[in-house]
Design a protein around this ligand. Sequence first.
Ligand code: NAD
Ligand code: AHE
Ligand code: ZN
Length: 371
Amino acid sequence: MSIKSRAAVAFAANQPLQIVEVDVEPPKAGEVLVRIVASGVCHTDAFTLSGDDPEGIFPSILGHEGGGIVEAIGEGVTSLAVGDHVIPLYTAECRECKFCKSGKTNLCQAVRATQGKGLMPDGTSRFSYNGQPIYHYMGCSTFSEYTVLPEISLAKIAKEAPLEKVCLLGCGVTTGIGAVLNTAKVEEGATVAIFGLGGIGLAAIIGAKMVKASRIIAIDINPAKFEIARQLGATDCVNPKDFAKPIQEVIVEMTDGGVDYSFECVGNVNLMRAALECCHKGWGESTIIGVAGAGQEISTRPFQLVTGRVWRGSAFGGVKGRTELPGYVEKAQKGEIPLDTFITHTMPLEEINRAFDLMHEGKSIRTVIHF
Ligand code: NAD
Ligand code: AHE
Ligand code: ZN
């Protein structure tokens, strides 16, 4: 029998979310019903709501940075039990597909095709409203009191960890740290430039500090972000608006030829170019984390790559969620990942549109929604 769930539904692009009571069907074979306790709001939720996401489907329930408790399990589910604490994963980990077995990527493809269509692996949705289907989002839909996910899309975590904080490890904080540790593999003593100081960029600063980077240059057009950046370990804060020349030139001059590693944490294709071009000739590596809108493309002179710079990208920080996320939770529990620093606002689901406003106004790092 289906249950009722309060949810913030995105009925159409660019419209405020509407809080309604949706119907949630029980989990089918290999699926799990989760009661969401808290969810962060990531810029990607706003990106999809804006209509710029080629995979954006409406009506849908957004949200992919959640923490919850297993409420029921479907047939054949063995790795989770009712009462387990979990973090939903938009990058599943089946441990069986070519991608999982490659040892080269975290991009499990077991459920990716249906996930991109807003559906569960059997090609249907578990959500409906007034008898009409509502689509899932990134396989998570954490802006709902109850949601259904494949078993392979849930990381089981310690029950002692506060879900209203470790939910941030479901996307932003893990993505930023993981991009530095797993994707770029920044080494001790390296110089690093981080473009964009939202949840992702600030987490990348934590990663750079963890590996003992010698210089961490934090770049943002909103100087209100610099205080937290410094607190987390940034050695220099730069506002591109303070300079008449391109930001890549500024960074190259500051660093005797460019940084060893850079990270684009905004989703702006011009900034992606700047992030590549501020890297040192011969070895500098730039990692794209930001998500750019439909139809946008990156460009640079190929000579930038011919002369040794490397361009890469990172999804969920290269982290394999079921295997590695419990370790991130442990680190947060030990105080090695200061989640509190990210949580600038908390609010009930009913006020979720305010969380989007705060993000667009540059006033929040992360808002955590409580159910
Ligand atoms: P956010 O809105 O919290 O932060 C973005 C920051 O970029 C803000 O501080 C803003 O002032 C700054 N900014 C905007 N334009 C700028 C410019 N021209 N130069 C310098 N700084 C600028 O966003 P977030 O939640 O931190 O997400 C950042 C990006 O990362 C988004 O594109 C999001 O979709 C993407 N993302 C990617 C992944 C992934 O796995 N690849 C995961 C999470 C988020
Ligand atoms: N759907 C978009 C791309 C969105 C995107 O790049 N998503 C990131 C995660 S952002 C989390 O806040 C990602 O991990 N992508 C890999 C994947 O498999 O989705 C588009 O352009 O179609
Ligand atoms: Zn996200």
